[in-house]
Write a protein that binds this ligand. Structure first.
Ligand code: A2P
Length: 283
C-alpha cells in the first residue's frame, strides 16, 4: 500500500495517523510514546484537547526525530481572527516543544452557530495561516469541520487553497456532499472518529462483513475509508489496538458492499455540526 496521500503542495500526509483527543487522560505522555513505538508517524492534536504539552514530551522521550513525525494541531473556535490565530499557533508550538507544524487547521468554522461575523473571523484566521505557511512555520494549512458553504466563504478572500479538510466520517455518517466537494477542489479529506464509536463497531452488518473479509471490525471500518482515499486518525489506548489499526491487511471491498455501507441509515453521529447546537451524542 502507498503509505501517503500527496497534498496540493506536494507535502506527503501519512494515510493513517493517531488521533489524540482524550487519549492522554489529560496528563499522560506514555500513550504518545506508545503510539510512536507502535509505528504511528502522524499525530493529530488541537489546542482544545489540552494535551499538546504531553504530546511534546512524549515525542521528545520517544527518541523519534521530530522530522520523521507529521504533527497536526488546530486553532480552537474561540480563537478565530488574525491576531488570536497567530497567538494560538505560537502557543501550540511552545507546548509541543517544536518550531514548526506539519499541518495547522481551523478547528471549526464558527465560534457558535449564531455568530454573524464568522466569515470575517475565518478570513482573518486564514490570512494569519497563509503568512505562517509562507514563512515556513507550517508545511501545510487546512480546515476541520468545514462544509461546502464554509469553504466557499473562505475562498472569497483566500490566496492559498486549503490542503486538508478534517470531517467526522465513518460508516453511518459519510457526509457525501462535503467529501465530493473537497475531492473536486483537490482538498485531501481526513476522517475524525473513523470508528464511529462502539455502536458502529458493533453494528451487525459491519461484524458480518469484517468476518467475510477476514479482518477485525475496526480494520474493516478503516479500510472502508481508505478505499475512498480518505485519510484516517483512529485513537486507541492499548498497544494491541494501536497496532491493529495501523497494520491493516490489504483487502478490496466490493462495490456492492461499499454501496451497502454507504447507504446505511445514520449511525454513531457525534451530534456535532458547525451550523447547529450540539445534540446529545448518538452512541
Ligand atoms: P480504546 O480507546 O479503549 O482503545 P474513534 O477513533 O472513532 O473515536 O473510536 C475510538 C474508540 O474505538 C475508542 O473507544 C477505542 O477504544 C475504540 N477502538 C479503537 N481501536 C479499536 C479496535 N481495534 N477494536 C475495538 N475498539 C477499538
Amino acid at each position: 500500500m502507498n503509505e501517503y496521500f500527496v497534498l496540493l503542495n506536494g507535502v506527503k500526509l501519512p494515510k493513517i495517523g493517531y488521533g489524540t483527543f482524550r487519549c492522554t487522560d489529560g496528563s499522560d505522555e506514555r500513550i504518545v510514546r506508545m503510539a510512536l513505538e507502535a509505528g504511528y508517524r502522524m499525530l493529530d492534536t488541537a489546542a482544545f484537547y489540552e494535551n499538546e504539552e504531553y504530546i511534546g514530551k512524549g515525542i521528545k522521550e520517544s527518541g523519534v526525530p521530530r522530522e520523521e513525525i507529521f504533527l497536526t494541531s488546530k486553532v480552537w473556535k474561540t480563537d478565530l481572527g488574525y491576531e488570536k490565530t497567530r497567538e494560538s499557533f505560537y502557543a501550540s508550538l511552545e507546548r509541543l516543544q517544536t518550531d514548526y507544524l506539519d499541518l495547522f487547521l481551523i478547528h471549526w468554522p464558527k465560534p457558535d452557530p449564531e455568530c454573524e461575523n464568522w466569515k470575517e473571523l475565518i478570513a482573518g484566521s486564514w490570512k494569519a495561516m497563509e503568512e505562517l505557511y509562507e514563512q515556513g512555520k507550517v508545511r501545510a494549512i487546512g480546515l476541520s469541520n468545514f462544509l461546502p458553504h464554509h469553504i466557499d466563504a473562505l475562498m472569497e478572500t483566500a490566496k492559498v487553497k486549503p490542503m486538508v479538510d478534517q470531517l467526522e466520517l465513518h460508516v453511518g455518517y459519510m457526509q457525501e456532499l462535503a467529501v465530493q466537494y473537497c475531492k473536486n477542489m483537490g482538498i485531501q479529506v481526513q476522517a475524525w472518529s473513523p470508528l464511529g464509536r462502539t455502536r458502529v463497531l458493533q453494528e451487525a452488518v459491519v461484524l458480518k462483513m469484517a468476518e467475510k473479509y477476514g479482518v477485525t471490525p475496526a480494520q474493516f471500518l478503516l479500510r472502508f475509508l481508505l478505499q475512498q482515499d480518505i485519510c484516517v486518525i483512529p485513537k486507541a489506548t492499548s498497544m494491541e489496538r494501536m497496532r491493529q489499526n495501523l497494520e491493516l491487511p490489504m483487502i478490496e471491498i466490493t462495490a456492492e458492499d461499499m454501496y451497502t455501507l454507504k447507504c446505511l441509515p445514520q449511525l454513531g453521529w457525534s451530534g456535532e455540526h458547525p451550523d447547529r447546537e450540539r445534540v446529545p451524542a448518538q452512541v
